[in-house]
Ligand binder design. Sequence first.
Ligand code: M6P
Ligand code: ZN
Length: 187
Amino acid sequence: TPPVSPFAIAFDAERLTLSPEGPTLTRRMSDLEGLFLDQSAWAESAAGDNPVVYTVTSSPVPEINRELPQSITTIFPGATAGELWMTKGHQHPDHQGEIYLALKGRGGLLMFDGERVEWLDMTPGTIGYIPPGWAHRSVNTGDEPYAFLAVYPGGAGHDYGWVLTHGMGSRAYLDASGSVDLRPYAG
Ligand code: M6P
Ligand code: ZN
């Protein structure tokens, strides 16, 4: 495959769109099977109004080795049996690193290397660094959409099975005062 030629992407910071734009992904509740602690609350929501939990808009850079694709993820505010809405989360099969830049709203970047858990509060302007070997999941901790830019090696891939097997170390809830309450993963 010949490399992509240099090009500019117009980023609309209000509408959170990229132009030109590559593939866009919409993840509904039904796409998040096995991820929320309360499986019956998940099943009821997935079988009911099946809300959109997050969208991912990509640049047209291909996901292949040596390329450096970007995407904007927007997680809607919400909780399922108290557990804050989140991305599926994944590990990179060859343990490449990744960079996130928070753009809008309030969120968290939960990382787990199989033993240690790290949580970064993400507000507009925060750069979150995901080191090699850390599985990563993003969480909306606010009451408006939380959006961030991701930049990652094109060959990084997405191992979703790793999270189903190992979990993410913690789950994110809000306490009575509205602060993030990280609980042991369980289930
Ligand atoms: C970020 C990047 C993408 C990822 C997306 C959604 O934009 O890390 O590679 O696909 O978040 O996360 P997930 O794939 O875990 O659903
Ligand atoms: Zn990743």
